[in-house]
Design a protein around this ligand. Sequence first.
Ligand SMILES: Cc1cc2nc3c(=O)[nH]c(=O)nc-3n(C[C@H](O)[C@H](O)[C@H](O)COP(=O)(O)O)c2cc1C
Length: 348
Amino acid sequence: MDSILMDDPWAVDPAGFADCHGSGARLRFLLNYAVLAPSGHNTQPWLFRLRGDDLLELRADRSRALPVVDPADRALTISCGAALANLRHAAAALGEALEVTVLPDPGDRDLLAAIRGLGPCPAAPASARLLRAITARRTTRFAFAPDPVPEPLRVEAIAAAEEAGAARLHWFDAPARRHALAALVAEGDRIQMADPAFRHELSAWMRSRRGAGRDGLSGAAFGMPDLFTFAAALVVRTFDMGAGQAARDQELAEGSPALAVLATPGDTPRDWIATGEALQRTLLAVTAGGFTASFLNQSIEVASLRPRLAAELGEPGVPQILLRIGRGPRPIAAVRRPVREVLREAEA
Ligand SMILES: Cc1cc2nc3c(=O)[nH]c(=O)nc-3n(C[C@H](O)[C@H](O)[C@H](O)COP(=O)(O)O)c2cc1C
């Protein structure tokens, strides 16, 4: 098992798949890709259970919930949906047929998907570049260059998001429309940062990359030395810096060539899993096209602002994720827990 499961999943080498014999080994290998998905505050709120040799369960790990910013576990479920998309892409690229059932058991709300390994199949050539994008993707919180997102990439990102049919990606590149969204982001910052419970929860997930936990947010993700993370967490916990944060985020949003909102018809766990899959497919298309993205979800997380963001869509839809998209410097990869820490094995 140790040759299949990396200590650092970012170092996964697709050539290792050929050494995996049996469905169980192949599914374990594919999990190295699943855990590279983005997650709110880098909580990595997923658990996998392998039943027998070919049935893999994707389960919500609610011990990693963020009750203040994400009281319904909406972002938690979206993060798990993104992990599911990585699993599907990696399986398609490496040649493993999967049968996926989303929310298979109404009596078990933590069971988000049942994934059966059906054995080897021809690898899909188009998926190879998306497989490389899984390990190349980063959340980039720095300012983006003003160069516009090329039209073919915009079309590809929207098609990628909408592939499964449930979520829609709304694209905002006209300055006036970006301005309206940026103003909502700033308002969200001021409301969130004024709340000591929000700041306390955020600071609790700020930790050095060197920590044993292999999760959470390092200062490095925000352009500061990793060593400063502890001090930064103390500052976040203690002071309301909402005004400064709002000004910074507004500038980042207005200065990005495109903003994009993922929206769904409803607001149920099924919509959230679909959002996570659409999110990850969008991020992989953007990455493969040489661009990057980061999240500005404040106006979705603050309940009073969400209907105002919805009104900006110009058609019915529940906003789930707000991204800014552009070209930017590539940050160091955020830490990940190895698969062995998130995988349980059970009898069939
Ligand atoms: C559902 C979801 C919500 C997120 N919300 C935010 C956010 O509001 N602000 C932010 O800077 N990053 C946000 N992120 C990005 C995570 O912080 C990031 O994925 C995590 O730190 C791991 O880093 P990586 O994406 O570079 O691997 C979000 C990610 C997901 C999946």
